[in-house]
Each structure stands twice: as C-alpha cells, then as structure tokens.
Design a protein around this ligand. Structure first.
Ligand SMILES: [Zn+2]
Ligand SMILES: [Zn+2]
Length: 336
C-alpha cells in the first residue's frame, strides 16, 4: 500500500514526507483494519512533519482524522462488522489503570498513544486501530465532511464543555478557523448567543452567515459581557481581552495545544469576581461519542477542500501557507 511517512522532519517546503510502499498491516487482538476513504489534514500533522512535534518513531505515518470501512478484524473484536464505516481519531489508546483513566479523565492518561504520532495514521491506504477507540460515523456525513469532525470537531466540543457555557448563555469565540466554525454551530444549536472575534474578514463573514450575533476584530470587546469564552487562536496576548470580556463568574477555555506566552495579568481586571482560566487537553471517548451525536442532530457542516491521497505533501504545503479554504481532506477514492 502507499503511505506517506515523516522521513527527516523539517520545513514543509523541503519535502519532509516520503512516499513509500508498505505491506498492508494485519490487525492484532482487539484491532480493526480500516480501508481509508478520507483523512483530514490537521495542523498537528504539519507540526509533526516540520519537527515541532518530535515523531515517536522513524517513518511514522501522520493522520488522525481517518474515515474508512472496516475490512479486517483482529482476534476478539466484537464492536464492528466488516464493511462498517468508522472514524479513527487522535486518541488511539489509554492505559486504563492510572488514576485519570479510572476517574473518567482518560484525556489526562499518563501513558496514552496517539494516532499519527505513536501509531501509524491515515495518510495511507489502510490503517489499524484498537476497536475500543474507533467511532461509528453518522450516515448524514459524507466521508469528506466527517473527517475534520474527528479532531477539530471533538477538541472544539471539549473546549465548549470546559467553558461551562450555561443554557442560552453568551459565548465569545476568539479565532475562527476549522475547529471554531464547527464549535460555533454546536453552541448556536444549543441556543447560545455567539460573538466571534477574528482578524480575518472572510472568517467574520462566515461567522455571521452561520448565525453569530456579532463578529469583530481579534481583540475587540464584544457588544455584551460573556458567560464563557473559547480561545482558538494560538495567541497568548488574546487571553487578556478575553478575560476582560467575561462577566462575573465567567470561564475562558484555551483550546489549543500551543499558545504563545500570556502577558502579565492584572488580578482585578482579569481574574477577580471568580473568573476562571482553563486549558483543554485531548479528549475522552465520551467527548467524541457525544460530539458526533450532537453534530449529526444539528447537523453541522464542515467547510472542506479535497486533495487526493497522493497529494498529501501539497495539502500540507498549502496549509502551511494559508492557502486552504476550510479543512483540507485527503481522499483515497479517485483511482490514482
Ligand atoms: Zn488534530
Ligand atoms: Zn491511563
């Protein structure tokens, strides 16, 4: 099978991915093999290719937004039948015995394995995954639409829950890319009033089109106080205006894995009156299942740009240079 693997990590324009032939993998106990139909291109894949995220083993295959059909079952599998459509996400394994796993916070597991970092991912024709970490994909989504839900969607959903948004509450969203535009659709469907702060005029227009009450500049004060806010932009400077926009008792959740340094806070202006600043780390399987059900009920729609699987390097290069409209998705169905 064809796979794209990270050879020598470095700037994407230098071609750090290698296109190689590999044996089709054989699923082990409790593992399913998935014939890949679509794989979303996440910014984390770019961090991996460029070495900001150090590959866990040589020639690791990126890709953790995988949609495909189960085409082989390892010993002991019971959850899925052959031909069933499933999604393989970032969270590929947890230990099940640490105190975080035992008390329902497996996103904080001390020995997790991640798809497309520890485990070979979906920039390939086939991928093998533990069946307990694989999701059913609701029929309302095409393969291409479903792919970005598996990371951008799930992480945004966890950030929304971490922001403690009350029913009918006022939500501020700072930064409006792939994850944010999916999260906004869930919040709006739940009855929230949504205010979007972003420097991009196109993103502001998309926010209004999706039903946001207002859209302003990246650090602008929203037109009303916020119960909750989510910072999607990886910009620490924005923590200050986001905290300042919170009403008493409000919560700001930082959704990203990376954030530039946060400037000094002023206790009275930014935190007093029981405002809270929280981070978001990975997700539990419960987050994923709950999100996919909610996403199908709305149903939310992801903006995507399709590439063929053999164009993976082009897709990452376009992402690096800001040339992708919505989420890039690699498709393995064009007979290349
Ligand atoms: Zn991701
Ligand atoms: Zn654990």
């Amino acid at each position: 099978m064809l796979v794209w693997a990270v050879g020598s990590p470095g700037p994407i324009d230098g071609g750090p991915l290698e296109r190689i032939d590999r044996e089709v993998p054989v699923p082990g106990p409790m593992q399913v093999r998935v014939h890949v139909r679509a794989c979303g291109v996440c910014r984390t894949d770019l961090h991996l290719a460029e070495g900001d995220l150090v590959p866990k083993h040589p020639l690791v295959v990126p890709g953790h937004e995988v949609v495909g059909m189960v085409d082989a079952l390892g010993p002991g599998c019971t959850r899925f039948g052959l031909g069933e459509r499933v999604g393989v996400p970032w969270l590929g394994h947890t230990c099940g015995v640490c105190r975080f796993c035992l008390d329902g916070r497996e996103n904080l597991c001390i020995a997790p394995l991640f798809t497309g970092w520890d485990i070979d991912g979906g920039y390939a024709e086939y991928v093998v995954a533990e069946e307990d970490y694989v999701y059913s994909i609701p029929a309302t989504f095409s393969d291409e639409e479903a792919a970005p839900l598996l990371c951008a969607g799930i992480i945004g959903y966890r950030a929304l829950r971490r922001s403690q948004l009350p029913p009918g509450g006022r939500l501020g969203i700072y930064g409006f890319g792939g994850s944010a535009h999916l999260t906004a659709q869930i919040a709006l469907a739940e009855g929230a009033r949504v205010h979007v702060m972003t420097r991009s005029p196109q993103a502001q227009a998309l926010a209004i089109q999706l039903g946001a009450t207002s859209a302003g500049g990246a650090a602008d004060p929203p037109p009303e106080r916020l119960d909750s806010a989510i910072l999607f932009a990886p910009v620490g400077d924005l923590v200050l205006p986001a905290l300042e926009a919170l009403d008493r008792g409000g919560t700001l959740a930082v959704a990203g894995i990376h954030l530039t340094d946060i400037p000094a806070l002023n206790y009275q202006r930014h935190l007093f009156s029981e405002r809270a600043l929280v981070s978001v780390t990975a997700n539990t399987r419960h987050d994923g299942t709950t999100f996919l059900e909610a996403a199908a009920r709305v149903p939310i729609r992801a903006t995507t740009t399709a590439y063929r699987l053999d164009q993976a390097e082009l897709a990452l290069t376009d992402l690096a240079h800001g040339r992708v409209n919505g989420a890039a998705v690699l498709l393995n169905d064009r007979g290349w």
